[in-house]
Design a protein around this ligand. Sequence first.
Ligand code: FES
Length: 222
Amino acid sequence: MKITSYPEPQPEGFAFTAENAARAKTICARYPEGRKASATIALLDLAQRQNGGWLSPEAIEYVASYLDVASIRVFEVASFYSMFNLKPVGKYFIQVCRTTPCWLRGSDGITEACKKKLGVGLKQVTEDGLFSIVEVECLGACANAPMVQINDHYYEDLTPERMEAMIDELRAGGEVKVGSQTGRLASAPEGGPATLLDLPPPAKFTPPAPSTPNPSAPGESD
Ligand code: FES
């Protein structure tokens, strides 16, 4: 997602919680003196997680002041990477991959299923604040297309019906199975592995026999 408009204000301000302040300190300690700006992405991620999935101007300015750099430098980073949201998102932030492999395997149908089920368009948040949908470019799980990312997890081998069922499960507060929704093993072919099926079983490990002490060796007879 690429957002170019300036983020919405958050009048109550922003500051790291004590726990996140400790995390930020640990992160910054990884970089040499005078190179604190290298922690920009990590601290923005921390701020976004604390702030319900998006970065307000106050959060961006807080990170800038924490790192002692100009706010515009941090805003440039926040507005460049699609992993950062400059407007509020739903508790479940659905990113539908729409790049060629997912598109060929039906990503348009997944997006439509989300819109129909949730009654909102792209980049909109449902009334109850639970869901928002965006379309993104390749998320690197092309072998199991079509797929979506919801918060930190991937859900693969989707159909529109499965997508709608997943939304129902999330809305009911249930756990949704992460990964392939068809039971595919990692990125193996549909129906299971088709190659390297006749490999010999791994050799049995035999531990070496314990060595017998040699009485004539220096130090052995003392
Ligand atoms: S094209 Fe969708 S994960 Fe790569």
